[in-house]
Design a protein around this ligand. Structure first.
Ligand SMILES: Cc1cc2nc3c(=O)[nH]c(=O)nc-3n(C[C@H](O)[C@H](O)[C@H](O)COP(=O)(O)OP(=O)(O)OC[C@H]3O[C@@H](n4cnc5c(N)ncnc54)[C@H](O)[C@@H]3O)c2cc1C
Length: 418
């Protein structure tokens, strides 16, 4: 693989940019692999990369039924942070954020990490107490967290509503300054290019339609491009986890819900921090192009539909103008959705399964993009070593049976609330 650099840019400029090497190959599938990863999103691609880099396993195929990064990886609102409260989540997501901080250099691909901070507004006393407790926990564990007074929030984000008639007056805010956003497509493409250069075959338009098992052990998959033998299989299909695991006879403790987002027309720089509005499920950040990306809650019913609907646009628009009255005249340009796999406790699954040689990465709920590098790292470890890494030990499939739920929000077994 040729390195991207100022020199390669200059060299290619001289040939009118017609000589760029393809970022990854598109080989036909081989009859057999050591490891097959189902799902060519960020998690599957990162897993293939770390299998080769950390464990020397490069006879690997990533099978993607559509195009690389076309699932939730290409549909999310790109927020990366590590402001979690539970120890297992906190350590895992902080490990991920630390990888994000060096990822562009490691992959030789600009993932456009912008550590602009993620700020959560406070409006009510109980909410402030909960956020301060979380912030204290983070600081005790060496993770950055800062409390801002109402005046400090006003100076940082003057476009929020600080008028005397504000519907939900802001009393302060909690910010993780190292958090921010990254370019989601670039993450998929960067991991794809790096995995390909280490030997992994990335096979698009290849849907897995069956998982073959012999005497309790994985032997291969059936696909729309023919059967492929495999010694080990990793499932990393996000919102389709339940469906794909069922091909191996597994019933997972999760539900699939639709999560939507939308983006406005571009405007001049107005917001240099990502804001989560504490008086409603609404958050926003401004892209480099100037668009305001807006997201909120999942739809409250199960669905595999990867498209949005008008009630959520109305909800987001209402919250947006409540928090930022000056957004009232912006026009919405695009609106989309992804299928999210919601676990019963809101925490992910990166785990062995009861079937030998079959591993599962899923249950990312609303927030798996930020986990992409760490998830690939520990999933590759779990597959290669046939045992979890210490950072995903808690994310096992049997935690529900053992009574060790990781309920970050403390709402119980209600996927629609996590
Ligand atoms: C609107 C929205 C906003 C979000 N915002 C954020 C955010 O701000 N921050 C954050 O951290 N997270 C966010 N998320 C969640 C995040 O996008 C996901 O958790 C993450 O991208 C999951 O990555 P993945 O690689 O596991 O899945 P995906 O990117 O969905 O990849 C899975 C792939 O598997 C493929 N597949 C499915 N079935 C098969 C099959 N049978 N055979 C072969 N391939 C198959 C799919 O085509 C897909 O490409 C958001 C999600 C949505 C929908």
């Amino acid at each position: 693989m040729r390195r991207y650099s100022i020199f390669s840019l200059m060299r290619n400029a001289l040939s009118h940019h017609e000589g760029w090497q393809e970022a990854w190959r598109s080989p036909p599938p081989k009859p057999a692999y050591d490891v097959v990863i189902i799902g060519g999103g960020g998690h599957g691609l990162a897993t293939a990369y770390y299998l080769a880099k950390e464990h020397g396993i490069n006879n690997v195929a990533v099978l993607e039924r559509g195009w690389l990064g076309g699932g939730n990886t290409g549909r999310n609102t790109a927020i990366v942070r590590s402001d979690y409260g539970l120890e297992s989540n906190s350590r895992f997501y902080e490990f991920s954020l630390q990888i994000w901080e060096r990822l562009s250099a490691e992959l030789n691909y600009n993932v456009m990490l912008s550590q602009r901070g993620v700020l959560r507004t406070m409006h009510f006393e109980a909410q402030a107490n909960a956020l301060l407790r979380r912030g204290n926990w983070m600081r005790v564990n060496g993770i950055d967290a800062v409390y801002l007074t109402r005046e400090e929030v006003r100076r940082k984000v003057p476009v929020l509503d600080f008028s005397p008639t504000a519907r939900f007056p802001i009393t302060g805010a909690f910010i993780q300054p190292r958090a921010g956003i990254a370019r989601h497509d670039a993450v998929a493409w960067g991991f794809a290019r790096a995995a390909d250069s280490r030997g992994a075959d990335l096979i698009q338009n290849c849907e897995v339609t069956g998982i073959r098992i012999k005497s309790g052990r994985i032997v291969g998959v059936d696909t729309t491009r023919g059967p492929i033998d495999a010694k080990k299989i990793g499932i990393a299909v996000a919102g389709h986890s339940g469906h794909v695991a069922a091909l191996a006879g597994l019933r997972l403790p999760l539900e699939t819900h639709v999560l939507q987002a939308m983006v406005t027309e571009p405007v001049k720089p107005i917001l240099d921090v990502s804001v989560a509005y504490g008086a409603g499920h609404f958050y926003t950040n401004q892209t480099d192009k100037g668009e305001l990306v807006m997201g909120g809650d999942i739809d409250g019913y199960n669905s595999y539909a990867q498209r949005g609907n008008l009630p959520l646009i109305e909800h987001l628009a209402t919250a947006a103008v409540t928090a930022f009255p000056c957004f009232g005249r912006l026009r919405i340009m695009r609106h989309w959705a992804g299928a999210n796999d919601m676990t019963m406790d809101g925490s992910p699954l990166i785990t062995k399964t009861p079937i030998e040689g079959l591993y599962l990465n899923g249950g990312w709920c609303l927030g798996g993009f930020k986990a992409t590098p760490a998830s690939g790292f520990v999933f590759a470890h779990t597959i290669a070593q046939d045992r979890p890494h210490e950072l995903n030990m808690a994310f096992s499939l049997d935690r529900f049976a053992r009574g060790y739920a990781l309920d970050e929000r403390g709402v119980g077994p209600h996927p629609e609330l996590h």
